[in-house]
Design a protein around this ligand. Sequence first.
Ligand SMILES: [Zn+2]
Ligand SMILES: [Zn+2]
Length: 272
Amino acid sequence: MPILADCHMHTHHSGDSDAPIEAMISRALELGLKYICFTEHQDFDFVYEPGEPQGLFETDTDAYLKELRKMQAKYNDRLDIRFGIELGLQTHIAEQLKDYASVYDFDFIIGSSHLCNHKDPYLKNFFVGRDEQEAYLEYFTYIKECISSHLDFDVYGHLDYVLRYGPTKNTKFRYPDYQEVIDSILRALIEQGKGIELNTSGYAYALGAPHPCREILLRYKELGGEILTIGSDAHDPSHIASDFNKAASLLTDCGFRHYCVFEHRKPIFYPF
Ligand SMILES: [Zn+2]
Ligand SMILES: [Zn+2]
């Protein structure tokens, strides 16, 4: 079976997308998807660059929810449309994040690290003056701290996101160099009943791999990880379900037999 669910999508409710919600839905229908989950950005206390509007990555959740409910009613018999959010995890705002997650009746929460110790790996200065490996280790260590804060989310988003932005990207990434910290991330997620996502945008960033990469996926499986969602991270209709065929063959190759979709924060397993 092909993958019939895209569980990571943004619309105009996210500051870095201008996609109309209905255009995303039309494209998903055209592609034959059965289930989509919108996951708008909610990055509280983001560190903005000079000139960037404050609050760019904060979603007006009430406005988003209102439009989403309309779409669910309109497309009720044709597409399962779910209410999700991509929550920017940061340890110092743990209480705020927990409160926010409890206020809304989300189907699905992706926890993502877009910032690391108040720094943005997207910016060159995250890497300046040190080894790439040291910067990557700082990022993974920060993820571990976020997980230790027992934040409220379902899967960790694009776990090796930092590899997009390093000077040599993922070309020198070797799992054993990071084994201690990544193993403890994966073990903690499994223990907490949480999962990871396979985010296909890594292919679009010319990594030749999704987020996370094959070695991390294999290790997750080896450690007993079963909860895994698949998302394109599309910010416009043309990227919906992008590289899903590659994702399916990689996952089956890694030994996964199922992927998940979330409803009311509970995973439902579908076979490949
Ligand atoms: Zn993200
Ligand atoms: Zn995203």
